[in-house]
Design a protein. Structure first.
Lengths: 542, 542
């Protein structure tokens, strides 16, 4: 081995000229300077340029500073996808503070827990949520500064704050000289997991990760310059998968959307020439099943990114038949949203529609900026064989994994044990290196000692022409331990019996995997369109 | 101000699960795993996949390790754009070593200086350069291990090494377990400046910067997945502007090219469906002036990135008329190649051809991952007004600026003084934030106390239909101090006198800027197509 001293280690240190913290805040500064007059944000009658949006962000940062907010302080926001939330993704970290975008479907108790745990010093509140926030504020010890978002496009609710957002930022300086974080590892946002069991956990993101995932989105989705992006995905969900920062980096347009409705989505795509949007499969399903006249007049190509559950084949086929290109991604709050992508191979285009949908329903491979992905034994961390059959837990590592859980070092340590992030999702690993999620650890059904993937049963149910939505959970059974129980919403006008559904499943999969019981009716969902299986599990066992 | 302790600073440290060094080595690992069977490298009859190329890189790293090469050791390469140089961009840093790609136009003295200064332990030598390397090796104290690159597509030269590259890597392990650098700040490559005055300086790049500029290329050029890239730009020049790593990140194709000739370039574009290549304006000029029959049969769109000098309007117009889209970028060896890009505004497409060419000839704004760019007074670092007239020096800062000069702390410190990298280029700053280089500090002509930009005079000369190439330098003058002297190569068959050229310039610019003397003949050039003005300056004053 060489034993000389390493000449590359001397006189080549970091300094202000050759090193800078990675932060997505640099993106908005650049777009405002290079494309000052291009449209940045559209909401109802509002159209703001990058220059205007950047000024508003700096005003927000400045105003926060004037109210004593600085490094390590938490600023919460409770609002749908309106411009103020987009601005908060820049203005809040510009003053060194940490943005905590709240899930707007949460109840007062959950909100109170989060505000208390996250120590929010300020909260921005859209009128639509004045009641739940008022209630939550009564439950906590220290009342934060409350600023109203007074969006004229919403009627109802009340102004409950000290002042409204426009007045607040009017007092800020549009030339506020913000600083990059001292360290790119500094926190930028705080996102609470939905916490279906136990208290929600506060996932902390840092500037470096936000920067890298914003770029990873652009590269893996091939977004190009100036994408027109529709805000179907909530910005409170993993910071909209980091897309506020991706859009700033690519000087694109953020088309805001208060409510995820098919007519509003199709109108925005048609009128604003939207060419990119994200949504859970359930949103795509809703778009598929919308009346044909709603879909008319859209000629340009549209890219859709979907995650949150494997998109059923029928959903993918429906979207692609409309000329929408679906990219399937996967991730968790702990991985900045999508960190796994179903990379497409051009030669797959020659396969049958069914085969294409099957390939596309796999979660895929690591995103360009994720450093490690494996399916492994959760106890030994030994990778499973890439045989498409052996189930294991999904593990990630590297720069797209969170900083950790706020004020929860033991859970943080546990989730990182062995040097990999434990996702809690169960998957198989295919020979080509693509992973396919079979279930959440807690959603798997163990019947007579055999694993049944609830997702696999749901996929069969979705192939039935009468089924609109389906979810399968475990129901306790004396003989088998657990058996699958299906909850199904039928399409308008469909008439089908429980036995017909069970028979359909038996015709399309191993008999022991077919549901033993089928319950018809609407499905309980989270704000991000995920079906709440813990509610269904309770129902199944009632 | 808030005076609580910052909860985001506790229990949220870096660990193997959530932090990884940024390194472009992760790109090739990913492409080999996700797209193992896609073509990576094409050279003559050779077509290798990403899987094969990755194996060869690992073999190279392993073989180097077996010969005692490791962290901080330098491995030099002297070869044109053949697959071995591409592989060295990965295989060398995989074993912790630093790649030093040598400029193939250098003479034995310069090579000897570089090998000695860079302490190369190994050198890979293409047969074409066996003579100059043999000569250089005789001048230095410690002979490195010499490995021959025995490319069958070149006839001549000799094998001068211990063994040939194929035998060398055959001894390496295709499953070699390489490691990421301990620190992303660790050196990855060493690139000597052309050193037109004094000894060449060794510019050191690190893994972090190489990773970021590779991504910056993809984003700013909107390269997409699987670009087909032609190697017109030498890989020894700022590591081919970091494109070996960009191509790996986007799982593209590297089409190798031994010699930059118009016929070979057009053939490759036609046969391999090349859609991206880079070249100095002089290369584009050569392509423009090629016979029409050479250009036939190219139907697909091609993107060209140009830098090294402002592309004359005629060159841009000629390329675009062929359907090639030209992106103008700017940078230096010290900034990983292109770190400034002439970002295009869609609305500029409505301007006149002349106006478009003028806008495109400006160097532009900072690339997505450069953190700071300014034109400022070199003494005070005070930014000049953005008036398009006041000249100042170009300064850069941030992650696309080199680690420093090897074994040269005083020059490193000087070049970074005041926390900005001093480029030595003179520019004006336009009202829209775009910079326009007027000259190298040393190329500016000072006549009667007035600055004359040599580039401005050259631009006028290029507008003359008889002129093929032009360069303008200062010639000492008793009365004026300096006056412009033009060196001009005429197009085939053109007949024009010195006085006609001078008159043409006087008709198209302020009289005092017009050359006082015109010399006809071929121009001396560096290997990257830059005209060697220091040679012309000597001639002008002979």
């Amino acid at each position: 081995m060489s034993n000389h001293s390493n000449p590359y280690q001397f006189g080549l240190d970091k300094n202000a000229a050759n090193f800078s913290a990675l932060s997505p805040l640099t993106f908005i500064e650049r777009s405002a300077s290079v494309f000052p007059n291009k449209t940045a944000v559209v909401h109802q009658n509002i159209r703001r340029t990058w220059s205007e949006t950047y000024s508003r962000c700096r005003r927000l940062a400045s105003a926060l500073t004037k109210h004593g907010i600085g490094e390590g302080d938490t600023v919460a926001v409770m609002a749908p996808n309106v411009p103020e939330v987009f601005e908060a993704h820049f203005g809040v970290p510009m003053c060194g503070a940490v943005l905590n975008a709240l899930n707007i479907r949460l109840d007062a108790e959950a909100i109170a827990f989060i505000l208390q745990h996250g120590e929010a010093k300020v909260i921005l509140v859209d009128r639509e949520f004045s009641e739940v926030i008022s209630k939550a504020l009564k439950m906590i010890a220290h009342r934060p500064l409350v600023i109203d978002i007074d969006d004229p496009s919403y009627e109802g609710g009340e102004l409950i704050g000290t002042m409204d957002y426009e007045a607040f930022i009017a007092d800020g300086d549009a030339d506020y000289q913000w600083q990059l974080p001292e360290d790119e590892w500094d926190a930028i946002t705080l996102n609470y997991t939905s916490g279906t069991t136990g208290n929600p956990k506060g996932v902390v993101y840092h500037h470096r990760g936000a920067y890298l995932n914003a770029m990873s989105n652009i590269v893996s989705w091939n977004m190009g310059q100036h994408p027109v992006y529709l805000w179907t995905l909530p910005m409170f969900h993993c910071n909209g998968w980091c897309f506020p920062w991706s859009i700033a980096a690519s000087a694109g347009v953020s088309v805001c959307l208060r409510q995820v409705r098919a007519d509003a989505i199709y109108d925005a795509i048609r009128d604003e020439k939207v060419n990119h949007f994200c949504g859970a499969p359930i949103v795509l399903n809703m778009l598929n099943n919308a009346p044909e006249e709603m879909k008319a007049g859209i000629e340009h190509s549209v890219k859709v990114m979907t995650a949150g559950a494997a998109p059923p084949a029928a959903v993918i086929q429906g979207m692609e038949a409309m000329g929408f290109t679906v990219t399937h991604v996967y991730g968790l709050t702990e991985t900045y949203g999508p960190s796994v992508v179903c990379e497409w191979h051009q030669e797959w285009n020659d396969r049958t529609d069914e085969e294409i949908a099957r390939l596309k329903s796999r979660q895929g491979v690591r995103a360009p900026m994720l450093d490690g992905l494996m399916v492994a034994n959760p106890d030994t961390l030994e990778p499973v064989p890439q045989d498409g059959e052996t189930m294991g837990e999904v593990f990630m590592r590297g720069n797209l994994v969170m900083k950790g859980y706020l004020k929860n070092p033991s859970t943080t340590e546990e989730s990182f044990s062995g040097g990999w992030f434990h996702s809690g999702d169960l998957a198989v690993w295919h020979a080509d290196g693509y992973i396919e999620i079979k279930d959440r650890s807690k959603d798997i059904i163990i019947s007579g000692g055999e694993n049944i993937s609830s997702i696999e049963v749901e996929d069969v149910l979705y192939r039935n022409g009468d089924v609109m939505e389906a979810a399968v959970v475990a129901r306790n059974d004396e003989k088998w331990g657990e058996v699958p129980c299906a909850f199904v919403t039928l399409k308008d006008g469909a008439e089908v019996t429980e036995q017909e559904i069970i028979d359909f499943c038996r015709d399309n999969m191993a008999n022991f995997k077919a549901p033993k019981k089928v319950v018809f009716g609407p499905l309980p969902k989270t704000s991000t369109g995920k079906i709440q299986k813990f509610v269904l599990r309770d129902k199944a066992n009632d």
